[in-house]
Design a protein around this ligand. Structure first.
Ligand SMILES: [Mn+2]
Length: 340
């Protein structure tokens, strides 16, 4: 059967309604991983809701056109293995967080066990990513919380020997050293990238508007960043978004990895994410940023989209603004990767 993107997508189709057996240059790893989420849970349901929402989208892209013909595969088997691991780790992490809430000191053994499970998870994602990268596939990851892509970034970093930049969209720096005792917490991903990789990539951060002083000081030494307040102020005084990007990205490496925490956007586009913060980028700005990086000749060598939580009160998944927004960004990122 030939695939007709304007026809009806069968129930059995894969992500974006594409055929399941399609030869694909891009592989997406769905990761329902969120044991260390500290405020609102729910991003473990992100991959499923994004997958469902992807079937309601038209494939023809106004900028990237019909690049989907290069193929996108959704790796179904990954999610099952991660669900098991996430359930085990969550029981331990929830206990630790309950202790902290009651102002009790959590026992060190539990923290060690939680960290061991995070390491097992990271190794699994690292191995999955590495075997795909060795076949010259590009890998994207849909989380889950922001600790989810560490293994992927590590694998990409080894393949490119650190010769790339990470573009990080987020309301938070994610520079916490072991948040709540968890070395691989959702708030520590960029700290771990900068301190645990042999050849860490350069880091460009945008959307930042909720952080502690030590994270800010760490950022001064470890990344190029623009605080959301400064960014909004520049716009109020009439600097265009495109001019802001010109200056911010002037020394960006040709090869880039995009790490997209959905809470980098204004919360109207992600009301159910774990730690929403007022302010941030609009959906149109994020889309423009993705297209603009392609237009400037950058190559997208990997990406993640994390912290997407569906509205749990909706009966059917894939119909809330969180996943409807996320899936369009996922598609733009996928098209960018396929065009690289
Ligand atoms: Mn984050």
């Amino acid at each position: 059967m030939t695939f007709n993107p304007e026809g009806h997508f069968s129930k059995n189709s894969s992500v974006f309604g594409l055929p399941k057996d399609m030869k694909a240059e891009l592989h997406i790893l769905p990761s329902p991983w969120e044991p260390t989420t500290s405020f609102k849970k729910g991003c473990k349901n992100g991959p499923k809701s994004v997958f469902e929402a992807s079937k309601q989208m038209d494939l023809f892209h106004p900028y990237f056109k019909k690049i989907y013909n290069k193929g996108i595969q959704w790796d179904y088997s990954t999610a099952d293995k991660i669900t098991d691991l996430n359930d085990k780790a969550s029981i331990i992490c929830d206990g630790i967080q309950k202790n902290l809430d009651e102002e009790k000191i959590p026992d060190q053994k539990s923290i060690e066990r939680a960290n061991d499970l995070s390491n097992t998870y990271n190794t699994f994602i690292y191995n999955e990513s590495l075997s795909l990268l060795e076949k010259n596939k590009t890998v994207g990851l849909v989380g889950g919380d922001h600790s989810a892509p560490f293994g992927l970034i590590k694998a990409v970093s080894e393949k490119y020997r650190g010769k790339f930049s990470i573009v990080h969209l987020d309301a938070h720096f994610d520079f916490r050293d072991a948040y709540q005792g968890f070395t691989h917490s959702h708030a520590s991903i960029m700290y771990n990238i900068r301190t645990k990789l042999k050849t860490p990539p350069t880091l460009y951060q945008i959307g930042l508007r909720d952080f502690c002083e030590s994270e800010y000081n760490f950022a001064l030494e470890n990344s190029k960043f623009i605080l959301d307040q400064e960014f909004q102020k520049l716009k109020f005084f009439g600097t265009s978004f495109s001019q802001i990007l010109d200056k911010f990205f002037e020394d960006l490496n040709e090869n880039i990895y995009i790490s997209f925490d959905i809470d980098g956007l204004s919360p109207e586009f992600c009301p159910n994410t774990g730690t929403p913060v007022p302010g941030g980028l609009s959906y149109n700005e994020a889309n423009f940023l993705i297209e603009e990086l392609h237009r400037r000749g950058h190559k997208l060598i990997g990406f993640d989209l994390v912290e997407v939580s569906p509205n749990s009160s909706l009966n059917a998944l894939g119909e809330g603004i969180d996943e409807v927004t996320a899936v369009r960004l996922l598609y733009a990122l996928s098209c960018f990767a396929l065009s690289s």
